[in-house]
Design a protein around this ligand. Structure first.
Ligand SMILES: [Zn+2]
Length: 124
């Protein structure tokens, strides 16, 4: 009975989705140039990755979103200037640094007071 249980644990597989985010700065308002650059970038990063003979990552998908502060839940941290999404407002962006509005200022998880719900913590 115990052997069966161990064997079952060894053969159990879990599927994990790993998201990796990049931010690219593009000069100008030319959408055609932006789209060409995004096509080139996404083509370059959308492939399988081999870590070693035991670990091979199968590419699953790539997406991008323009960080438009007026229309998307994002902005610059008032303290450090990094891009951040407000986790306490609707439509936060997965993959962007978590943050929240504190005393009227948008702050990233590293700049929020340590006792804030969205402050960076190693103890999730
Ligand atoms: Zn910050």
């Amino acid at each position: 009975m115990k052997t069966f249980s161990l064997e079952r644990q060894i053969n159990m597989k879990k599927s994990v989705l790993i998201n990796v985010s990049y931010i690219v700065e593009v000069e100008g308002e030319n959408n055609e140039a932006l789209n060409k650059l995004l096509d080139k970038i996404t083509h370059s990063i959308s492939e399988n990755v081999t870590i070693n003979s035991d670990v091979q990552l199968k590419w699953e998908g790539t997406s991008s979103v323009e960080l438009d502060e007026k229309n998307v839940n994002c902005g610059r941290c008032s303290n450090c200037g990094g891009w951040v999404t407000d986790r306490e407002k609707p439509n936060y962006i997965e993959g962007l640094c978590d943050g929240a509005t504190h005393d009227g200022k948008l702050l990233c998880d590293e700049c929020l007071p340590s006792d804030h719900r969205w402050a960076f913590s190693l103890w999730y």
